[in-house]
Design a protein around this ligand. Structure first.
Ligand SMILES: Nc1ncnc2c1ncn2[C@@H]1O[C@H](COP(=O)(O)OP(=O)(O)OP(=O)(O)O)[C@@H](O)[C@H]1O
Ligand SMILES: [Mg+2]
Length: 370
C-alpha cells in the first residue's frame, strides 16, 4: 500500500472513455509527474484525486483511506491550477490565509503560517498587494503559497507553469524542485512538457489516450521506453527510429541499415540481444546523443561503432551541432560537438554507441527485450 493509491480507476464521460483502468501507487515524498499529449486524461485523473470529478469505477485511497465519496475539502489535499484562481479583490495575504480561515484556524496560527510561507517563497514584500498588481511569476508563487500554507498530505499541480514565459518557467521549475527537496512533500504534477517531467519527477507516468503507457523513473522512461509512443514522446530532438533487418554476422546479431548512398551497413547489437529476431524487421531506436563524432563519443561505451555516411543538414545549437543524415531512408539526427567538422554533402565518420540502442517490434510497437 502506498501513500496515495490509484486502483483500477476509470472515467467515462458518456460515450467518451477518458481513462482506462489506471493503476498507480505513490509513496510518501514522491514527486509523480503525469505527462502526455493534450486530451490524454491527465487533468481528469488529477481532478479525481482532488475530488473535483467523480470516479466511474475503481478506487482512490490517501493514507490507506478510500476517498471516493469524500468531499474535496475533507481530503487534506491542495491543488494549484494553471489559472492560479486567485481572488482578485483580496490581498496576497488574504488569498494565502483564506483557506485556513475557512477551516477556523485561529488568527495567531494563520499569521505564523503566512509568515513562514511568505519567507519560503520570498513574497513577504508583496503581502499587501492585490493579484492585479503582480507579475505572472509572482501570482504563481501566491498560488503555491496558498497550497503550502495548508500543510496538506498531497499537493496536486495542474500545469502550474504553462502561463509563464520560457525564462520564468525554467526559474520556477527549479524553485519547485528546491521546494520539494526541502519539504519532502508528496506531489502529483501534470504537464505536457517532457523536460519538466524529466527534471522534476522521482517517477513519471507517460499517458496516451486514457492509458498509462509506462510508469517509471525518468532514467527508465528515457533509456528503456516501453513502446514507440513513449520513445517518441520523451526526448528532444526525438529518438531516431530506423527500420533495420536483423542479420547474423561474425557470430553476433547485427542491425542492417542502408546509408545515404543506399549501401547496406551493419550495426552490431549487443550479444544475446535478439538472436530470435534473425531475418526480421525491427525499428532501431538511437537517441541523437548516441550518434556523435568519434572525439565526442562516450568513453565508457563498450559497443562503439563507426559509421561513414553523407551529411545532410547541419544545425549549430551553441554547445552542440545537430547533424541530419539518411539511414534506411529516414532522417537520423546526430548530436556532435560544436567544433566537429561535418559539412553538408560531405562524408563524415560517425560514432554510434550501440550500448544505448533499443529496438522495437514494428507490429506491436513494444520494445524488444532480451
Ligand atoms: N466534462 C467533460 N465532458 C466530456 N468529455 C470530457 C470532459 N472533460 C474532459 N473530457 C474529455 O476527456 C478526455 C481527457 O481530458 P483531460 O482534460 O483529462 O485531458 P488532459 O490530458 O488534461 O489534456 P490537456 O493537456 O489539454 O489539458 C478528453 O478527450 C476530453 O475531451
Ligand atoms: Mg489538462
Amino acid at each position: 500500500m502506498g501513500f496515495l493509491d490509484i486502483r483500477k480507476v476509470a472515467k467515462a464521460y458518456g460515450q467518451v472513455q477518458a481513462l482506462h483502468q489506471v493503476d498507480v501507487s505513490v509513496e510518501e515524498g514522491e514527486f509523480l509527474v503525469l505527462v502526455g499529449p493534450s486530451g490524454c486524461g491527465k487533468s481528469t485523473l488529477l481532478n479525481m484525486i482532488a475530488g473535483l470529478e467523480s470516479i466511474t469505477s475503481g478506487e482512490i485511497a490517501i493514507k490507506g483511506r478510500v476517498v471516493n465519496g469524500l468531499h474535496p475539502s475533507k481530503r487534506n489535499i491542495a491543488m494549484v491550477f494553471q489559472s492560479y484562481a486567485l481572488y482578485p479583490n483580496m490581498t496576497v495575504a488574504q488569498n494565502i490565509t483564506f483557506g485556513l480561515e475557512m477551516h477556523k484556524i485561529p488568527k495567531p496560527e494563520r499569521e505564523a503560517a503566512l509568515k513562514e510561507v511568505g519567507k519560503l517563497l520570498q513574497i513577504e514584500h508583496l503581502l499587501d498587494r492585490r493579484p492585479g498588481q503582480l507579475s505572472g511569476g509572482q501570482r504563481q508563487r501566491v498560488a503555491m503559497g496558498r497550497a503550502l500554507v495548508r500543510k496538506p498530505d498531497v499537493f496536486l499541480f495542474d500545469e502550474p507553469l504553462s502561463n509563464l514565459d520560457a525564462k520564468l518557467r525554467v526559474d520556477m521549475r527549479a524553485e519547485i524542485k528546491k521546494l520539494h527537496q526541502k519539504l519532502g512533500a508528496t506531489i502529483v504534477y501534470v504537464t505536457h512538457d517532457q523536460i519538466e517531467a524529466m527534471t522534476l519527477s522521482t517517477r513519471i507516468a507517460v499517458m496516451n489516450k486514457g492509458y498509462v503507457q509506462q510508469l517509471g523513473t525518468p532514467r527508465q522512461i528515457y533509456d528503456e521506453p516501453a513502446n514507440l509512443f513513449v520513445a517518441g514522446f520523451m526526448g528532444s530532438p526525438a529518438m531516431n527510429l530506423i527500420p533495420a533487418r536483423v542479420v547474423m554476422a561474425e557470430g553476433a546479431p547485427q542491425a542492417e541499415v542502408t546509408d545515404a548512398a543506399g549501401i547496406p551497413q551493419l550495426l552490431r547489437l549487443p550479444q544475446g540481444f535478439m538472436a530470435a529476431w534473425e531475418g526480421r524487421e525491427i525499428l532501431l531506436g538511437l537517441r541523437p546523443e548516441a550518434v556523435t563524432d568519434p572525439e565526442g563519443a562516450d568513453r565508457k561505451a563498450q559497443h562503439l561503432q563507426s559509421l561513414r555516411n553523407r551529411v545532410g543538414l547541419t544545425e549549430p545549437a551553441g554547445a552542440d551541432t545537430f547533424v541530419t543524415m539518411s539511414l534506411s531512408g529516414r532522417d537520423c539526427v546526430a548530436r556532435l560537438r560544436a567544433d566537429a567538422e561535418a559539412k553538408p554533402g560531405e562524408e563524415f565518420l560517425f560514432a554510434v554507441n550501440m550500448d544505448k540502442a533499443v529496438a522495437f517490434d514494428p507490429q506491436s510497437e513494444a520494445r524488444i527485450t532480451n
